[in-house]
Design a protein around this ligand. Sequence first.
Ligand SMILES: Cc1cc2nc3c(=O)[nH]c(=O)nc-3n(C[C@H](O)[C@H](O)[C@H](O)COP(=O)(O)OP(=O)(O)OC[C@H]3O[C@@H](n4cnc5c(N)ncnc54)[C@H](O)[C@@H]3O)c2cc1C
Length: 289
Amino acid sequence: MEDWRKIIKENINMKNMNTLKIEAIAKYYSEPENIERLKDCINFAKKNDLEIFILGNGSNIIFSKDYYEDTLFINMKNFKKIQRIENKIVVEAGVKSKDLINFCIKNEISGFEFLAGIPGSIGGMIKMNAGAFGREISELLDELKIFDINSYEIEWIKKESIEFKYRELIGLDKKIIIAGKFRVSYSSKNIIKNKVKEFLKIRKKKQPSGFSAGSIFKNPENNFAGKLIEECNLKGFSINDAFISEKHANFIINKGNAKGKDILKLIEIAKNKVKNKFGIDLEEEVKIV
Ligand SMILES: Cc1cc2nc3c(=O)[nH]c(=O)nc-3n(C[C@H](O)[C@H](O)[C@H](O)COP(=O)(O)OP(=O)(O)OC[C@H]3O[C@@H](n4cnc5c(N)ncnc54)[C@H](O)[C@@H]3O)c2cc1C
């Protein structure tokens, strides 16, 4: 790649690329337009011995550093097509859940309503096996289009060849999700709209507003992380501009200028208190970068 600066930008502030709104500078950052440019990015990273981090909508990540010198951040936002093929839809990784829901309403496609209000991209939601109201995105998935960072091969793989767990997908290291193929069912516009409205209403009632990354911890078996943290009297506890939400103790909110390290400190305190009081190890759902 001769003129890499056309594809890779330097010293980009990623504050608006994560829903916690943490400031972090990427020495190398790219928003490839297509597979060819994605390959150029991977070449660049390999040549310069850089780590690769794939960014979706940044709604489940915590930037722990102020400056990333040895990582190339690849934002998949330009992979944003949705195609309908018979009784399936192919949704590219950068499509946001909101846009998918709007597409479903317009085309009278039912089944995706529970994803309303999850502020992720399809790539991130598949990678995290996002879910709500007792459902998970993997239930709707048929096949996955992936790009192999080592071999540069692109292939469609069946859902059965991957292991989906609670907020986790096993066995896709060194692979980039390019698209997902989903089964669809049909309903009327009004029924779909009403379901979406209902889910959004419940969310609004239960979840705090403000800059967050959603649930910080996975729920331990037969328990709720938020309840355990609340019972350690940590609601409202803060470090600088980061605080544990009064409304839902599994959410950490950035009042404006929180740093990644403030949030990590709160995570450590919550984990220690819950371990000491209940003997339970909380496990992060969020990805710490
Ligand atoms: C207010 C709020 C509410 C939320 N509610 C829910 C909820 O109800 N249920 C739920 O499950 N989650 C919830 N979340 C968390 C979050 O939205 C989900 O985990 C979502 O799936 C993350 O998607 P993303 O595109 O933002 O991924 P990112 O945060 O950008 O990335 C998450 C991980 O996926 C990887 N990744 C992203 N795109 C790709 C790709 N194309 N290929 C390979 N890897 C990729 C990243 O490298 C990273 O490891 C909530 C978050 C917020 C802020």
